[in-house]
Design a protein around this ligand. Structure first.
Ligand code: BG6
Length: 491
């Protein structure tokens, strides 16, 4: 029986917009995440803007687009959950101390582009922003915790969104290159593991969440934006390897396991095609350095014509990643016929699986799917793999004894750890596991606070009220034991 490797990276994961807050502190510029309101399972989140006549407006995420001539803007009388988030900006020392108490070996976090280049176009970086992250990395190193840093977790400077249309424009690549060069040089020796783009494939999933008409309209820009990010990611790998030959750079894919609903061959083919489009398309380019053969069929079907330069092809080849990272939460089924009951989970949509249990937010819980995913990924690429997001978003209740008995969370993570162990026995080269939201943070899909993932509870509610006080859930002590025993003691 194989065990987890001795140097296995046990830890947790976060993103800057979901934990930091301090949105106008330290010289930080505004980002696209700062103009998204809060929603819930029934109500979408909204992007807010000022239209060409100066009138405020908003459109639903996956339900619309920025009107012609409008500019994203923070509006008065709207509530934006990320502005304060859980105030990691001020609490990071206390939080890191608690992560160290759990015995963390790795902490995944992201750098906010606008803390470094507030508009994205400045000649010189914002020193205060650079120092903020330097202090975090030093604090982590003080406890022997390895930082795993996502360079881009969905946060474009709002200026670049409004002035050049974000990733629709090739110009983004040059601005991003500069940002990457700055952070890699600045943190050389402090950060060894980098991820380029968080869930680079998730905008393909977004198309499935839209009405057909809108999805058709958005397909061209979705795939072109992804192409620009492929090139930017390849540049980032090259820049990182040149500046710091010791560092390792990975891709980050939202891995959706899609099973055929039945063993009917047409369902199997439908699942194969969905996996190609959603789970393989981006990883194939980032790991292999070229578009897979099936990409042409996907693009033709979506009526997309990509603008790709000769130099892009060279860059993609030269910028392949060192390791593969992914998020995994749930699985779904695919039918070639009419979907009977629809389920959603981490931006994917599919048919309900009668063999699974579903979370309070309707995400299918499927630990075997993680073993399946790990085998699929490793067979396909044969490079080291790390699970950088996994966990259960649930409502936590403070009981009469003042504690949070989150046995449901422990059970979810326990089963996924067993699945990872099985995958290691299958031969997969898995080198780490960072659970999502080790500290409670703002939910990305709904903007809620009550959808909690953490081992550390944060006193804050959906409307932004609360003391921000941190406390230890039962899972805190449990995960500590898991880490101490290197994944052997799961009881
Ligand atoms: C992933 C994202 O999609 O899933 C995270 O990378 C996100 O940012 C996580 O928070 C969990 O999703 P949610 O919607 O429950 O916060």
């Amino acid at each position: 029986m194989k065990r987890f490797p001795d140097n296995f990276f046990w830890g947790g994961a976060t993103s800057s917009s979901q934990i930091e807050g301090g949105f106008q502190e330290g010289g930080r510029g505004i980002t696209i995440q700062d103009v998204v309101t809060a929603g819930n399972n029934r109500q979408p989140r909204y992007f807010t803007y000022i239209d060409k006549d100066g009138k405020p407006g908003k459109f639903a995420q996956f339900g619309g687009a920025l009107p012609e001539g409008a500019r994203y803007a923070v509006l008065e009388n709207e509530y934006y959950p990320t502005h304060k988030a859980v105030d990691f900006y001020h609490y990071y020392k206390e939080d890191i101390k608690m992560l160290a108490e759990m015995g963390f070996k790795m902490f995944r976090m992201s750098v906010c582009w606008s803390r470094i280049f507030p508009k994205g176009i400045e000649e010189e970086p914002n020193r205060e922003g650079l120092e903020f992250y330097r202090n975090i990395f030093l604090e982590l190193r003080k406890y022997g915790i390895e930082p795993l840093v996502t360079i881009w977790h969905g946060e474009n400077p709002i200026y670049l969104e409004n002035e050049i249309g974000g990733w629709n424009s090739r110009k983004m690549i040059a601005y991003f290159d500069k940002y990457v060069r700055t952070v890699i040089s600045e943190y050389k020796g402090l950060v060894k593991y980098w991820l380029t783009f968080n869930e680079l494939n998730n905008t393909i999933m977004f198309l499935d969440l839209m009405e057909d008409e809108l999805a058709k309209k958005e397909a061209q820009s979705t795939y072109q934006q992804i192409h620009h990010k492929f090139v930017a990611s390849a540049h980032a790998v090259k820049i990182a390897h040149t500046i710091d030959p010791d560092c390792k750079v990975g891709c980050m894919i939202a891995y959706a396991v899609n099973y055929p609903s039945t063993c009917a061959p047409e369902d199997v083919i439908a699942a194969m095609e969905k996996n190609q489009r959603i789970s393989f398309y981006c990883g194939d380019v980032q790991v292999r350095g070229y578009y897979p053969a099936y990409a042409q069929k996907i693009l033709e079907k979506a009526d997309v014509k990509l603008q790709i330069t000769h130099q892009d092809f060279i860059d993609l080849k030269e910028g392949i990643v060192d390791f593969y990272s992914f998020s995994y939460y749930s699985s779904a089924c695919v039918t070639a016929g009419k979907t009977q009951e629809t389920v959603k989970g981490n931006f994917t949509i599919g048919e309900k699986n009668p063999y699974l249990k579903y979370s309070e937010w309707g995400w299918g819980m499927d630990p075997d799917g993680l073993r399946y995913a790990l085998n699929q990924i490793y067979d396909r690429y044969q490079i080291p793999v790390i699970v950088v997001e996994n966990g259960l978003g649930a409502v936590d209740t403070i009981e009469a004894d003042g504690k949070i008995h989150d046995s449901y969370r422990m059970e979810y993570i326990r089963n996924h750890i067993k699945a990872m162990k099985a995958a290691i026995e299958d031969g997969v080269e898995l080198f780490g596991y960072t659970t999502w939201g080790c500290i409670d943070e703002i939910s990305a899909s709904t903007g809620e606070m009550m959808k909690r993932y953490g081992f550390i509870y944060v006193d804050r509610d959906n409307e932004g009220n609360g003391t921000m006080k941190r406390s230890r859930k039962d899972s805190f002590y449990w995960y500590k034991k898991v880490i101490e025993s290197n994944g052997e003691d799961l009881v």
